[in-house]
Design a protein around this ligand. Structure first.
Ligand code: SUG
Length: 445
């Protein structure tokens, strides 16, 4: 079953507020001046590359920020600009949390199961509660509205609201889930294997020490259950604490899979041999793990280069292609390893494309973070809201839209500027028309 990627457009308030503890890039770029226009154009250029490679590409609209309704719920009143002004003066960190463009990382929007695996023959999407970080937790209600408008046909798509907001059910969406398959480019609709990775579970006596584990086993299990997955085709594995404490805040920072291939670091999983063994039993003999050892690429280089946050895609014309961030090319150990992979007839990676996502990367978001994978039959793809299916015309239209509405630069102390709210609303109101998603934002209601 072909797999589409749905990338979220980077929102107009893209900035560096240093909000994510455990995310090394976010913490180290705190307070820097961001370039929202470049960020959005870089994201669109990446979508264009995937589209040109022949991969079905979808588009998701950004969220409306600052989230005035959240500030109001927390006691700030008056006109919208008074709400922002007071929050800015009294609690600038809260305003930053309510202004983050973090919904750009669509891998965290939801977990998706294909109609070949779900119990009822529909594509299932579970909105992630993102409860570990406040600036991300507030994304869930809009994510649900957005997904309902993009995947509107209820006979083909089932959208589940976020899991209960409890430490028991920390859920970060597809960033900790990979659909693997016994066959490459499986054209038919036979079931694959759902691989869920968690960082903690209830009663965990040995949690990571330095940084939070965002995904819980209980959440992964609940998602698998409500998607109707066959338990014999589901594998749950635990992330290693050394990875989490080394800055691997999601599994997609340390592993990426496609078809029978699982590219991963030797320190990704708590019990490496057991995890790979259970995957082999579920997938079968075609399972093709590609492991990069710590001797070859250190955990630190893996995190700095975001090599594992590449997209691994199978294309009819180009074979299996790795779309990697430019930072992977800039890291010698990684560049050399990837060049060897492409040369080697034994390694099923045919080409590497390096992309410039500098703005997103400085907040810890690489190519794979920016997209939500949605396995879709041709029929399901054709029932996605048409304006959200990427094309060269849509690319040109969105570039023009970005150039018209986005600021070139945005510094943290500019988040108190009430004009940012108006600029954002004008831009998003126009965008809902371009994408044909209807009035999805609170300010449009
Ligand atoms: O949740 N960064 C995001 C990055 C998410 C990357 N997603 C995946 N790996 N799938 C996060 O930590 C930083 C925002 C700031 O600091 O301004 C942030 O939210």
């Amino acid at each position: 079953m072909p797999e589409a990627n749905f990338d979220s457009i980077v929102g107009p308030t893209h900035n560096y507020a240093g909000l994510s503890r455990g995310n090394v890039a976010s913490m180290s770029h705190r307070g820097e001046v961001a370039r929202p226009r470049d960020a959005a154009l870089q994201g669109l250029a990446k979508m264009r590359l995937l589209h040109d490679l022949g991969v079905p590409q979808g588009v998701l609209p950004p969220q409306a920020r600052p989230a005035v309704e959240v500030l109001r719920a927390l006691g700030y009143g008056g006109s919208d600009s008074e709400v922002i002004d007071r929050a800015y003066r009294e609690d600038p960190l809260l305003l930053a949390r309510c202004s983050s463009a973090s919904a750009m990382w669509a891998a965290n929007a939801a977990t998706v199961s294909s109609s070949a695996e779900s119990g009822d023959g529909r594509v299932h999407l579970s909105v992630a509660n993102l409860r570990t970080m406040f600036h991300r937790m507030i994304e869930a209600p809009q994510t649900e509205r957005t997904l309902r408008s993009v995947f509107a046909d209820a006979s083909k798509f089932a959208i589940h609201p976020a899991l209960p907001n409890s430490p028991l059910y920390g859920d970060e969406g597809a960033a900790n889930h990979t659909r693997l398959h016994a066959r490459s480019a499986a054209p038919d609709e036979t079931a694959g294997v759902d691989f869920f990775v968690h960082g903690t579970f209830e009663g965990d006596l040995d949690p990571p020490r330095r940084y939070p584990a965002r995904q819980s086993l209980e959440a992964s299990r609940a998602v698998a259950r409500r998607h109707g997955l066959d338990p014999s085709r589901v594998v749950h594995a635990r992330q290693s604490n050394e990875a989490i404490d080394g800055g691997v805040f999601h599994n997609d920072v340390i592993a990426v899979g496609s078809g029978p291939v699982l590219l991963h670091h030797s320190q990704a999983f708590a019990d490496r041999a057991d995890t790979l063994g259970r995957l082999r039993s579920a997938i079968g003999d075609t399972f093709a793990p590609i492991e990069i050892s710590a001797e070859r690429v250190s955990l630190q280089d893996a995190v700095a280069s975001y090599l594992f946050n590449s997209q691994l895609v199978e294309t009819a014309a180009h074979g299996r292609v790795l779309v990697a961030p430019r930072e992977s090319h800039d890291t010698e150990s990684v560049r050399e390893q990837l060049a060897e992979f492409v040369e080697s007839p034994e390694v099923p990676i045919d080409a590497v494309h390096y992309v410039d996502l500098r703005e997103s990367m400085r907040n810890g978001g690489g190519p794979a973070c920016l997209r939500l994978r949605v396995p879709l039959s041709a029929d399901e793809w054709s029932s996605v809201t048409p304006g959200c299916r990427f094309s060269t015309e849509l690319h040109a239209g969105l570039e023009t839209w970005v150039l018209r509405h986005y600021r070139e630069t945005l510094a943290p102390d500019e988040l108190g500027d009430p004009r940012l709210l108006e600029e954002g609303r004008t831009a998003l109101d126009e965008l809902t028309g371009i994408l044909g998603v209807g009035s999805i934002y609170p300010f449009q209601r």
